[in-house]
Design a protein around this ligand. Structure first.
Ligand code: PMP
Length: 356
């Protein structure tokens, strides 16, 4: 067929995000958004923002924001070790472009963030999926089993919520060629995972990707970042400057800086979310559900004998959205984001006794 579209276009298989239906008001527990507002300093920065600042382009290097982020990550992280972009999805696309080649497959766990295969397709990077361990945790030996052009996984992993201990991340890095990137996506680390930042000094091929969307209540503002050694960060700048000089706008840079000035607020709300998660998981288990041990702001759970789709539909009928992945191996599960205690009570109520 003759078409006006480029050949590469017909190969695109876009990522599908959590739905946002508008037919009624839903409690949204399907996109791992934070149920609490951003820190008061962010709200003040928005109130005090002078719209005339929009006339000028933002700082393309986002220096002040990168310095502010570095200051929240401990003494070992400097501004030169931080790159910022328009959400971690965009940051991931720069990472894929910069580090992963087509001479061997990119390896990632069989079940992980489903944007990774999408970007691999976008950049023509071959992929190979490593099975999870029987308990659904990331299996380091399986990731190492094949020759690869790079490795990427989320830690805690999505959609399982299971965290890989730092010792296992170190073991992976110890056994992997130093001239290939290992990318750890720490989108959910602030809810109880273990960060790989202390390993950056020893491993020059480690790339850590993070986001303000979840633990910093910024999903609507779009701010993600990389922490890595300065030469890797410089390389990603080259990629970014070949695509878009200004991915983080003036207002988002300003409120990102404000958010970093109140890191304690986020520690507080995120430990509250972790407590809500643990009591919600205990209640679900009490109702006969199997719940994977989560260190993220969501749980991955199944009710034996009931399909994931049936659970999703039941919750939706009660005005609550959860996420179901119609994929072999995990289609019995639903992924439930952790909202307020009240949101979780409503969901438990809706699910209670439904299938006993
Ligand atoms: N990584 C993981 C593991 C995620 O689940 C998500 C959220 N869908 C992202 C990255 C992207 O988040 P954002 O673009 O909002 O920073």
């Amino acid at each position: 067929m003759v078409t006006m579209f480029a050949k590469r276009f017909s190969e695109l298989r876009p990522y599908v995000p959590g739905e946002q239906p508008k037919d009624r008001a839903y409690v949204k527990l399907n996109a791992n958004e934070n149920p609490y507002p951003p820190a008061p300093a962010v709200q003040r920065a928005i109130r005090d923002f002078d719209a005339s600042a929009l006339r000028l382009y933002p700082d393309p290097d986002a220096r002040e924001l990168r310095r502010a982020i570095a200051s929240t990550l401990g003494d070992e992280v400097t501004e030169e070790m931080v790159f910022v972009g328009n959400g971690s999805d965009e940051v991931l696309s720069f990472v894929f472009y910069t580090f992963f080649d087509d001479d061997a497959p990119l390896v990632f766990p069989e079940h992980t963030y489903s944007f990774y295969p999408v970007y691999a397709g976008y950049y023509d990077i071959p992929v190979s999926r490593a099975p999870l361990a029987p308990d659904y945790s990331v299996d380091v030996d399986a990731l190492l089993a094949k020759k690869s052009s790079g490795i990427i996984f989320a830690n805690p992993n999505a959609p399982t919520g299971i965290s890989l201990p730092l010792a296992e991340v170190r073991r992976l890095l110890d056994s992997y060629p130093r001239d290939r990137a290992v990318v750890v996506d720490e989108a959910y680390v602030d809810f109880g995972g273990e960060t790989a930042i202390p390993l950056l000094r020893e491993y020059g091929n480690l790339v850590i990707v993070r986001t303000f969307s979840k633990s910093y209540c910024f999903a609507g503002a779009r701010l993600g970042y990389i922490v890595a050694n300065p030469d890797l960060i410089r390389a990603v700048f080259t990629t970014k400057n070949s695509f878009n000089h200004f991915p983080v706008d003036v207002l988002t840079q300003r409120i990102g800086i404000a958010a970093c000035s109140e890191a304690g607020y986020y520690t507080e709300i995120n430990s509250r979310i972790a407590r809500t998660r643990d009591s919600f998981a205990a209640s679900l288990s009490g109702e006969g559900w199997k719940v994977l041990p989560s260190r993220a702001n969501f749980v991955f759970a199944r009710k034996p004998g009931v399909s994931g789709r049936a659970v999703y539909e039941r919750a939706k009928a009660a005005g609550i959205l959860v996420r179901h992945f119609d994929q072999p191996g995990i289609s019995d599960f639903v992924r439930i984001s952790i909202g307020t205690d009240d949101d979780m009570r409503r969901l438990l109520e809706a699910l209670k006794g439904a299938w006993s």
